[in-house]
Design a protein around this ligand. Structure first.
Ligand code: LCS
Length: 391
């Protein structure tokens, strides 16, 4: 497995006591406005020609500390923290795409990203080709002269399919196409796409970066030129700004990212191993199992296999019965919480995807997605074992 873990970096990411009267914890700058020293500097700050703050929609020192931390943990030049993961995906794609442009995206994708492409960008004149992203050759085949973005999500929500990051980066770079990758499932503890050549990483920080299921946030990290255009052009208009208290909570969450991810990784592997030996489980999708079709790729491009897995218990009825029977696992969408969360993809996160399309990409009727928490692995397994007995 690639060794690229961040035990020390995460603990200190974003700290700057010199800039904050010695405060080791980054202060929460609860202000929407900042005064200008004088008219000349005010004009320069307002136009982004001189560093400084003036209005909360364009930045706040607590937000900046979080952005520094995100650059440190993902290995990026610049970052923009936003109000949600969808704000990050939307702001990134609206920065990079115009009417007449084309994007290649995986057919197995977080459903609201699908909705962004189909319901918002397509009517604005952007064309989309969905590909089976498990074969990088499909990206190459889909590219047209007007292709501007190759989009990646790996592992994919909820199928846990992988994309060969260096292979897709090579195809895109050769043709001058920008790569954007959703790294929410893996987190920078397990996978650092920017170090593999990806241009922009997006996150739902609502998940592992925050880590406790108590906030909504998102971020894009990577090439400075794109990030600053996203800040000064796109988000200035879209306005999906992060609040300073939320930014601070994510800074705090990042301090324990390595500890939490280590435990999420170990627990998910234990649960996946248990499920794969259970007679009522038809399939388990976890990149850390040698039975996963891309296990070898996971070993190459991931430092750990993550806390997410999916498993199939047959049909809709069996799926519903299982999620109604578990006790320790909470029946809830979202993921990356310290608590174990279970959900039935066909009727919840991917209910908006037509059944034929769902089945074609592997979201079967009985597919359950598990966000394995940091409880004792034996307790999670006992809960699932008890519920499986009653399915
Ligand atoms: N990207 C991925 C891979 C996600 O899983 C989600 C949310 C987002 C982006 C959007 O982030 P948000 O705006 O919610 O912060 N995923 C969810 C899920 O699977 N269940 O509920 C939300």
């Amino acid at each position: 497995m690639a060794e690229d873990v961040l035990y020390t970096t995460v603990v200190h990411a974003g700290e700057d006591p010199k800039a904050n009267l010695g405060s080791l914890s980054v202060p929460i700058y609860q202000s929407a406005v900042f005064t200008f020293p004088d008219a000349e500097q005010g004009a320069a700050i307002h136009e982004g020609e001189q560093p400084g703050y003036f209005y909360g929609r364009m930045g706040n020192p607590t937000q900046s500390a979080l952005e520094t931390a995100l650059c440190q943990i993902e290995g990026g030049e610049a970052a923009l923290a936003l109000a949600s993961g969808m704000a990050a995906v939307t702001t990134t794609l609206m920065t990079l795409l115009r009417s007449g442009d084309h994007i290649v995206a995986p057919e197995s994708l977080y459903a609201t990203t699908n909705a962004l492409l189909d319901q918002l960008l397509t009517p604005l004149g952007v064309s989309v080709t969905y590909v089976d992203a498990t074969d990088p050759g499909n990206y190459a085949a889909a590219i047209r002269p007007e292709t501007r973005v190759a989009y990646l999500e790996s592992p994919a929500n909820p199928t846990m399919k992988l994309v060969d990051i260096p292979a897709v980066v090579a195809i895109a770079k050769e043709r001058g196409i920008t790569t954007v990758m959703d790294n929410t499932f893996a987190t920078p503890f397990n996978q650092r796409p920017l170090t593999l050549g990806v241009d922009i990483v997006v996150h739902s920080a609502t998940k592992y970066l925050g880590g406790h299921g108590d906030l909504m946030a998102g971020a894009l990290i990577g090439k400075r030129e794109v990030v600053e255009r996203a800040r000064w052009q796109t988000n200035k208009i879209l306005g999906g700004v992060i609040g300073p208290q939320t930014a601070w909570l994510i800074l705090r969450g990042i301090k324990t990212l390595a500890l939490r991810m280590e435990r999420h990784n170990a627990n998910a592997l234990a649960v996946a191993t248990f499920l794969s030996g259970h007679p009522k489980v038809r399939a388990v999708h976890y990149p850390g199992l040698p039975s996963h079709p891309d296990y070898a790729l996971a070993c190459r491009q991931m430092a750990g296999f993550g806390g997410m897995l999916a498993f199939d218990v047959g049909g809709v009825e069996e799926g519903r019965r299982l999620v109604n029977t578990v006790r320790l696992c909470s029946l809830a969408v979202s993921l990356g919480d310290v608590s174990t969360l279970i959900q039935h993809s066909a009727s919840m996160t991917h209910a908006s995807v037509p059944r034929e399309r769902r089945l074609a990409v592997g979201i079967t009727d009985g597919l359950l997605r598990l966000s394995v928490g940091i409880e004792r692995a034996e307790d999670i397994i006992a809960d699932l074992a008890g519920a499986l007995d009653r399915v």
